[in-house]
Design a protein around this ligand. Structure first.
Ligand SMILES: [Zn+2]
Ligand SMILES: [Zn+2]
Length: 355
């Protein structure tokens, strides 16, 4: 079988930012290069990228916690663009259709995880921008089975962060056991959490949302209040009520223990991170886990998450707060993201390249 992600080259050059080695982002390791445009094979489509979100996972890829499968690698898995060419067996989209690509790039479709609807756990799955080239480039190719229509309510720039920050936030919310009337805690208030709170306020109007940020992140706290947070504090604070569910969006370990400490009996903490930059502190069983408290991680996303979330986001409608960079300044954006100075979703804008 020809592998779905196999890429031949068209030869026309395209601009891309690539990971060539593992390094701290402070060294500005992404290199701007010209690469040959990829060509769609089998049922792939060639997408002309108009916007691509910048995600914490790219920090993990660049710094080696989630290393790319090969070098150079074009990262980026929140891709919005238009179908430019069709592979010989592609039939689901027309040239010119506006589409999105998310973290899941391909899954085998045959293993027991895939057959059970858990393709996010597929051992053969490939991840956009880690195993195969992603969206920090003017073009990308992907199987049409892993491409989603973008609702017309969103501009290209608004749609990009929905594809990871939004989709994985939605998955984390689903896994949290949240229902109307429960109290939800959000640890970390960046790209994902500011979308999740809008979903919660829409789906669960009788619920309360408590938001925890790093101490002194007043911009993040102000945005949380503006988006309807019922209480805002810092990680380490004790909120006015126990949390029935909590989602940890932070890259560090301490908030996991904090969320468990503040958790109601029978509650659940969901960790939305691929890797943590430091360990979860030691847990005290009686304080943090007894009373049937649960701790669960989120691993990747499924197509179902994207297909459910995008229309929901349009219906609400979600308004992602975005800050726009050009491809040439992506290293600056990554440094700001690592420093926790960015509240918005960071988006690279390719439209100016397509004038
Ligand atoms: Zn992501
Ligand atoms: Zn599989």
């Amino acid at each position: 079988m020809v592998e779905e992600h196999f890429i031949t080259e068209l030869g026309e050059p395209m601009k891309a930012a690539v990971i060539t080695r593992i390094a701290p982002v402070e060294e500005r390791p992404l290199e701007l290069v010209d690469l040959p445009q990829p060509a769609p094979v089998n049922n792939q489509v060639l997408i002309r990228v108009s916007a691509c979100g910048i995600c914490h996972t790219e920090l993990d890829e660049i710094e080696g916690r989630v290393p790319p499968a090969k070098f150079p690698m074009v990262p980026g898995h929140q891709i919005v663009g238009r179908v430019e060419r069709l592979g010989p067996q592609a039939s689901k989209f027309n040239i010119g259709d506006r589409v999105g690509v998310a973290w899941i790039n391909w899954a085998c479709g045959r293993c027991h995880f895939c057959l059970a609807g858990a393709e996010n756990l597929c051992a053969e799955a490939r991840w956009t921008g880690k195993d195969v080239g992603g969206g920090y480039a003017q073009y990308t190719v992907v199987s049409e089975d892993f491409v989603y229509p973008i609702p017309e309510q969103f501009s290209d720039l608004e749609a990009a962060p929905l594809l990871c920050a939004g989709v994985i936030g939605y998955r984390a919310l689903r896994l949290s056991g949240m229902t109307d009337g429960k109290v939800l805690g959000l640890y970390g208030f960046g790209a994902s959490a500011h979308i999740v709170i809008q979903v919660v306020k829409h789906l669960y109007p009788r619920s309360k949302v408590f938001v925890f940020t790093r101490p002194g992140q007043t911009d993040h706290q102000d945005l949380a209040r503006k988006l309807g947070a019922d209480w805002v504090g810092a990680t380490g604070d004790t909120p006015p009520a126990k949390l029935d569910c909590a989602i940890d969006f932070t890259p560090v370990g301490e908030p996991v223990r904090e969320a468990l400490r503040n958790l109601q009996k029978g509650g659940r903490v969901v960790i939305n991170a691929i890797r943590k930059t430091n360990p979860i502190p030691e847990l005290n069983y009686a304080e943090h886990l007894w009373w049937e408290k649960e701790l669960k991680s989120v691993a990747n996303v499924t197509r179902r998450d994207a297909l459910e979330f995008l229309p929901l986001a349009a219906e609400i409608p979600i308004r992602p707060e975005v800050r726009v960079f050009e491809l040439e300044t992506v290293n600056d954006a990554l440094i700001l993201l690592k420093q926790g100075k960015i509240i918005n979703s960071l988006i690279m804008d390719f439209l100016s390249d397509h004038a």
